[in-house]
Design a binder for this molecule. Structure first.
Ligand SMILES: [Zn+2]
Length: 285
């Protein structure tokens, strides 16, 4: 079996394929090709797409697309039950569609399938994901002067606070919540955490100013792929006034920053060891 071919990186929300696996115990089906974006089991930042699949005139409701992996022995592991990291050798990497309410008799491997993602929810999640990345770049820029030592840099050349401190990222419709650990190791790396907490409101204003400038300038955004399957490396690329930025990303994105009316963040440091950045996107009318 080949890894699932995926069309979500170019923004597709519909597709056709052949049913390859029907697992009634796990209530999932696998199709050879899909437009559904699956939630990643190792870094579950963007939720999986929902939607529907039609097989032989039957309509199956997909509650969420998830990763699945088939072992050499033919064992199918789904979502959080996958015992290895994505892309590990010895496994075939697949997109599985969780079916609400069980899989009807008559749906069997070999049948043709027509797939349709909930396009409105996808668009909102794509806006949330692009907003999340832009906010993280603006955060790095707004904190750049707080570093007392050389450290690695982000795609805009600013000290990589995001890469060093981000411990979780949760994307939802038109927004995201990111958590950053501000602990001993960050201070040892040269980050001035006292200076940060003393200037939190000013930093937040700087981020929002930067985001407004980027949106006013406009720019194209896209997902670049190295191949057609779910395991091929994917990179988010976005045109900003300072040049094109890019970093590895498994999610979906808007095609153009004109899709946003605004993106704003709020910073919460009520636990001094944990920065919570909440990002809110307003879609363009
Ligand atoms: Zn991403």
């Amino acid at each position: 079996m080949q890894p699932t071919l995926v069309s979500f990186p170019d923004g597709s929300v519909t597709g056709e394929g052949e049913v390859l696996i029907v697992d009634r115990d796990a209530s999932v089906i696998v199709v050879d090709a899909t437009p559904f974006h699956p939630v990643d089991h190792t870094w579950p930042d963007q939720p999986g797409d929902s939607g529907e699949i039609r097989v032989d005139g039957m309509r199956l409701e997909v509650s969420e697309a998830v990763m699945a992996a088939l072992s050499h022995e033919g064992e199918l592991a789904v979502g959080g039950d996958i015992p290895v990291k994505r892309g590990a050798e010895g496994w075939t990497w697949l997109v599985a569609h969780r079916i609400d309410g069980g899989i009807p008799a008559g749906v069997e491997a070999g049948a043709p399938a027509v797939l349709a993602v909930d396009a409105e929810r996808r668009a909102a999640l794509s806006r949330g994901h692009t907003a999340c990345h832009l906010a993280s770049l603006a955060l790095d820029a707004a904190l750049a002067d707080l570093w007392r030592k050389e450290t690695g840099v982000d795609p805009l050349g600013n000290p990589d606070f995001e890469g060093r401190a981000n411990q979780s990222s949760r994307i939802h419709a038109d927004g995201s919540v990111d958590e950053y650990r501000i602990g001993k190791s960050l201070r040892r790396a040269g980050f001035d955490s006292e200076g940060f907490s003393a200037s939190l409101a000013e930093r937040e204003a700087r981020i929002n100013q930067q985001l407004a400038e980027w949106l006013a300038a406009g720019g194209a955004s896209r997902v670049e792929v190295e191949g057609p399957s779910i395991v091929d490396r994917r990179t988010w690329r976005c045109r900003l006034p300072g040049g094109e930025v890019g970093f590895p990303c498994g999610g979906t994105h808007v095609h153009d920053l004109a899709r946003f009316a605004s993106i704003t963040v709020s910073l919460d440091l009520s636990d001094p060891q944990l920065l919570v950045m909440t990002t809110t996107a307003a879609p363009a009318g």
